[in-house]
Ligand binder design. Structure first.
Ligand SMILES: Nc1ncnc2c1ncn2[C@@H]1O[C@H](COP(=O)(O)OP(=O)(O)OP(=O)(O)O)[C@@H](O)[C@H]1O
Length: 264
């Protein structure tokens, strides 16, 4: 038998010909995508292209109508969201359980304790669990919130809350972190801080799949970019390859200058 001309692509996450229909609308139309371990992969596309719908299927919030999802080689298509989270496939900003009257640090400690299947010391005050506090402090350091540890979560500004949400997601020990529009609703200063935070995660080689409209951030952060148009991935490549791709430029006609100028 002849040897294959190419080894199959090794991916941490493989999205294979995924289909999602809403009535007559095909929101995900045989979309395929591979996210490699350790990379920052951005998913971009015009409004209504199906980015959020695709992320929801990857996280397990929505069941696809066809195709499959493979995480670290395992078919996870039929797994529930909690099962995926336990396996390390975690979406940030799905966690709405910020306890507004608790401190920032206590919020992260609770998230650290929650990931333990059966904590042996569940009946002891959380303060007693030094390891959980050490873990939580390390996560706050990673998201740049060490100096905010003792603040009440309800007093945080919008951008700071999103930083905290990333710390909470990190507490689940993700192997792949899905980020749906992390800069949404942020001003320039908050966006710059979020880019810094994501750069820190990238430096740790955490695998990231990022949906973002801020092209400047996308082209600065991403190792590879996939472009979704009408539910289909029409191109995947490095930021330079994507910027020069004729089909992508065509799809982004209205935003062409954005693509050409940002991150250049
Ligand atoms: N629950 C739903 N029921 C019906 N149609 C839906 C539903 N969710 C999304 N859609 C439709 O599916 C298509 C893709 O939507 P989606 O929100 O995934 O796109 P998007 O690329 O994330 O858009 P945006 O960039 O504007 O956030 C749109 O036409 C949208 O109206």
């Amino acid at each position: 038998m002849a040897a294959p001309s190419r080894l199959p692509e090794l991916a941490l996450l493989q999205v294979h010909r995924l289909v999602k229909r809403f009535g007559a609308l095909t929101a995900t139309d045989e979309a395929s995508l591979a996210v490699h371990a350790g990379e920052t992969h951005a998913l971009i596309g015009p409004n209504g292209a199906g980015k959020t719908t695709l992320i929801h299927q990857i996280s397990g919030a929505l069941a696809p109508d066809g195709g499959g999802l493979f995480f670290d080689g395992e078919d996870v298509t039929a797994l529930s969201m909690p099962q995926r989270v336990r396996g390390g496939l975690v979406r940030s900003f799905q966690i709405t359980s910020i306890y507004r009257r608790f401190t920032v640090l206590d919020n992260v400690v609770l998230a650290v304790l929650a990931r333990r299947p059966a904590p042996p010391s569940w009946w002891r005050p959380a303060r007693a669990d030094e390891a959980a506090y050490a873990d939580a402090e390390a996560m706050l350091a990673l998201v740049g919130m060490t100096t905010m540890a003792d603040r009440v979560a309800g007093s945080l500004a919008h951008g700071e809350q999103r930083q905290l949400e990333i710390a909470l997601a990190l507490a689940a020990r993700p192997r792949l972190l899905l980020l749906d529009e992390p800069m949404a609703g942020m001003g320039p200063d908050e966006s710059a801080r979020m880019v810094e935070l994501l750069s820190a995660l990238k430096a740790q080689r955490l695998t990231l799949l990022l949906v973002e409209h801020d092209m400047d951030a996308v082209f600065r952060l991403a190792d590879r970019v996939s472009v979704l148009v009408s539910g289909r991935v029409i191109a995947t490549g490095t930021p330079d390859e994507i910027r020069g791709d004729a089909a992508v430029r065509q799809a982004y006609l209205g935003d062409e200058t954005d693509l050409a100028e940002e991150g250049a």
